[in-house]
Design a protein around this ligand. Structure first.
Ligand SMILES: *Cc1c(COP(=O)(O)O)cnc(C)c1O
Length: 408
């Protein structure tokens, strides 16, 4: 067979192969290597719990940036759309476009900076842009006036109350008031971001209260049209803000990590374990079992050497899937047959090794759990994040595109 024929056959096979859509019911094909299971029940439960902490009129504006913290943005937003949620936050224009391509309806607020070259995409995909400061507002206004558009460009103004990341400083009330009057723009929201709402020490608390106060002082300024930014919805709480700083006068809230049933570290996650339910499980297949004699090593750099007869399983997931390589040293485990199998040696790009000496029934094709429950045992994403010196948010948002996302 020559290469031309080979190519034709491969292409036909590719086109005919039924690629499971992300978010469709699990099939054997989508569970063949390593995958994420998303619990719709847990997601719905968390939405209801967070909503119960907020005033009745306050709308959740879930944060689905970074592929919904690894969970699959299209899948999560579609489920939330079905629950009646009509506003979402994304980090950048490309994330907004991806959600529109997956038929997500409602308001999509871009939280980050957008360069003027991308302003036409805001129109094309009906995205709402954050005004990151006064100069950005002028650029957005200039664009909106030059493009012949039937209605003004919707924007939310970011206000800097102390984080010094994005936003026009809260002290610049007159300049912020001016943004409300710029031609071509319709200010539909105004928000700030709390930098230390997760801290329970006195300094974090007083810093947070000062941020909240300066935001409301600004919102009450008489320089705004109609004494208050009339149609602009006010929002300032992310997950920790919702949990720790209940506020009566908010129109929206922007939960990220808590929506996924977790908080940034294991201790905080445990505190809310009876109220929030983890949405994500991470699983992979066992590819092979090897038996080592004492003195034999396994994996890269001979980092592991057996000291007694040992059975090891090769599990089909690695650091290219987002599992931090530093877990190799962290005493982490996978779950097999409801028991813990310690990860040994170095985590590879596509695979890892686990000690299954104590789980002799392990066979190729078995399902290993990296995050989630298996029988009496469970592994929390927050615990894994602690073990490798990061926060849950980073660990989850690094889970890669090679993983299939399945809604259960
Ligand atoms: C990421 C982000 C959030 C969500 O934060 P969590 O702590 O995950 O709830 C909310 N608002 C802004 C501006 C963000 O950047």
């Amino acid at each position: 067979m020559n290469t031309v024929e080979l190519h034709a056959i491969d292409r036909n096979n590719f086109e005919n192969s039924p690629k499971p859509l992300s978010g469709t019911a699990p099939t054997d094909a989508s569970r063949s290597r390593a995958w994420i299971e998303v619990s719709r029940d847990a997601l719905r439960h968390n939405v209801r719990y967070l909503q119960s902490l907020l005033p009745d009129h306050c709308a959740l504006m879930p944060v689905v940036k970074a592929n919904a913290y690894g969970h699959g943005a299209g899948l999560i937003a579609a489920e939330l759309n079905r629950m009646g949620i009509r506003s979402f936050c994304v980090a950048c224009v490309s994330e907004g476009i991806e959600l529109r391509r997956q038929h997500i309806s409602g308001e999509l607020l871009v939280l980050g900076y957008t360069h003027p070259d991308q302003f036409p995409l805001l129109d094309q995909y009906a995205l709402t842009q954050t005004v990151v400061d006064h100069a950005h507002a002028l650029a957005l206004s200039a664009y909106a006036c030059s493009a012949s558009r039937p209605s003004p460009l919707p924007v939310h103004i970011a206000v800097d109350t102390g984080m010094h990341r994005l936003g026009e400083p809260a002290e610049h009330a007159a300049r912020i008031g001016e943004i409300f009057t710029l031609p071509g723009l319709q200010v539909t929201g105004m928000y700030t971001h709390l930098a230390a709402a997760g801290g329970v020490d006195a300094a974090s608390q007083s810093f947070t209260l000062e941020q909240i106060n300066s935001f409301y002082r600004l919102a009450a300024q008489t320089c705004f049209p109609g004494n208050r930014p009339v149609r602009a919805r006010l929002h300032l709480q992310a997950s920790y803000g919702i949990l720790r700083y209940p506020l009566p006068d908010v129109d929206c809230a922007r939960p990220g990590i808590a929506l996924y049933g977790l908080l940034s570290n294991a201790a905080d996650t445990r505190l809310y374990a009876d109220r929030l339910r983890p949405v994500l499980s991470l699983r992979a297949r066992v590819a092979a079992i090897h038996r080592l004699s004492p003195g034999e090593s396994a994996g890269y750099d001979m980092a592991y050497t057996a000291t007694c007869p040992t059975a090891i399983a090769t599990v089909t997931i690695g650091y290219a899937d987002g599992l931090p390589r530093s877990l190799s040293e962290g005493g982490a485990a996978v779950l097999l047959h409801g028991q813990r199998a310690p990860i040994i040696g170095r985590i590879c790009m596509d695979q890892l090794l686990a000690d299954v000496t104590a789980i002799p029934q392990t066979r190729p094709g078995d399902i290993a759990t990296l995050i989630g429950r298996d029988g009496p045992e469970s592994i929390s994403a927050a615990g894994l994040a602690d073990a490798c010196g990061t926060i849950t948010n980073e660990l989850l948002s690094c889970l890669g595109p090679r993983l299939e996302r399945l809604a259960l």
